[in-house]
Design a protein around this ligand. Sequence first.
Ligand code: TRP
Length: 334
Amino acid sequence: MLGEEKILFSGMQSTGNLTLGNYLGALKNWVALAEEYTTFYCVVDEHSITVRQDPAELRRRARSLLTLYIAAGLDPDKNCIFYQSHVSGHAELAWILNCFTYMGELQRMTQFKDKSAKHADNINAGLFTYPVLMAADILLYQADVVPVGKDQQQHLELTRDIAQRFNSIYGDVFTVPEGYYGKSGARIMSLQDPEKKMSKSDENPNASIYLMDDPDTIMRKFKRAVTDCEARVAYRDEQPGVKNLIDIFCACTDRTPDDIVKEFEGKGYGDFKAAVGEAVVDVLRPLQDEYHRLEKEKDYIDGVIKRNAEKAGGYAIKTLRKVQKKVGFPEKVR
Ligand code: TRP
């Protein structure tokens, strides 16, 4: 029942093409979690402009990501799927929370350090306060649970610290959220460097499977995937390439590593890689079909965007008004 269910919030940036890692590690879990929680799945377009973007491209990708959420199986009548920039409360709460976050805390964020090294010509204040906007996203909806990757754990800890700090001054205003980090097997690594996470910003296109890759491309990328010279399908840390392929296989088929190792005993990597490729093609085909179908349903998607922005806005405004009152902003005269 609505109101009794716990609240879940998560978001993804619409920059770059989503990879199999984003699907198996995040989106697929989101669909599973949708049953249990009242969910908010956001396209965090405001976070994206901390790095310079082409406006038309950003807009196109935001819509594409939102469509993909639905294609992946999130029913937009049950899950609130929306654009961050359509609910002004995110930016408004972020401002207030900025005043409850210390420079030192933000300076310790490893993602800020990495990103400022990568974009040395544009170390803007938004990049610095990025985690505060993320805290605002989460706290605005009084989220209990936030599924994120391990790389976001530090940001989530900061969110909890900010919430607790605010609550200790003003009373119980925010729900202090828990992170949900999923299963370790869902961490998909690069096909070219299995020590690195599969990333949508990888410069080598063979390193990642993109969700819209066609079957031939997928098969070719698996064929070229880096393995080792052990020439045996085993699930162990000493063979990170093969281990990653087994993880992908398992995540696509809901089978166990043991089961897969048994099936490929005495067989070469060629057969094994082809089987992994086929499993991935089978998982992505319905997703791609549904995506291409939805892409053409312009009015339907527009309706989803409008309805869900209103719904999210309704939740957001409640928290925002409460916070504004607590910090001492004058009430509006009606
Ligand atoms: N920073 C997250 C990422 O890059 C995206 C994000 C923004 C997010 N706001 C969020 C994730 C709120 C969870 C909850 O992955």
